[in-house]
Design a binder for this molecule. Sequence first.
Ligand SMILES: Nc1ncnc2c1ncn2[C@@H]1O[C@H](COP(=O)(O)OP(=O)(O)OP(=O)(O)O)[C@@H](O)[C@H]1O
Ligand SMILES: [Mg+2]
Length: 243
Amino acid sequence: MVLSNVSRTYGDPANPVHALRDVSLDLRHREFTAIMGPSGSGKSTLMNVIAGLDTVSSGQVWLAGAPIATLSDTERTRLRRRHIGFIFQSFNLIPALTAAENIELPFVLAGIRPNAETRAWIDHLIGSLGLADRLAHRPAELSGGQQQRVAIARALAGRPTIIIADEPTGALDTRTGREVLTLLTTAAREFGQGIAMVTHDPVAASYADRVVLLADGRIVGDHRRLGVRQIAELLINLTEVPA
Ligand SMILES: Nc1ncnc2c1ncn2[C@@H]1O[C@H](COP(=O)(O)OP(=O)(O)OP(=O)(O)O)[C@@H](O)[C@H]1O
Ligand SMILES: [Mg+2]
């Protein structure tokens, strides 16, 4: 997944909001990237553009060698289903389906029956996320955090090429949050998935291999293997108002 010189502008041309300005970024296989920056810096816009859920104003987005910004809606949707898993703040679970059915939905949509290895990974996800005794429940019968975990299991189940996560641990307690971060790390290490995770939390970001900083729609930092303290200092420097 490569973004080259991507800009995204909202609003009327006389008074534009520059959500992304000339952003170039590659998300590699096996790499877990945290995206950080102040509120309004363009993090969610970046996730939506990567996911093909939002269009770009200029520049190009490449997914599996295809230029998704210029594909038709149908082709873009097909590519997205095949290669991208989402963990968004709005969970997008299907109300009529049970937790188990929601988790298996990507396979049903793709017309694939999970093989034994995939089944074992799904069972591992369900166990790690503490969902084993909730599988027969519908979303309305689950807490917010449980719904979030079902959405996480669903995004990870099919081992998509890229996982896009917008504050996946925001609604979770500390222990479950850590479990999710460990699963994301495993997804990158063992299954070679590329992960982009938006977070405000330096502890969550410290699980990542790489920390990309956004400010005012631009990439202003790109670092590897940082500790919690270093990440916190970078964020403080970003949000400090110049005198
Ligand atoms: N659909 C839209 N229409 C108009 N402006 C938008 C739209 N989506 C985002 N913006 C603007 O683009 C800028 C970036 O928004 P974005 O949601 O990407 O920020 P963010 O970094 O995710 O912030 P937060 O940490 O608060 O979630 C903001 O100024 C926002 O108001
Ligand atoms: Mg956001």
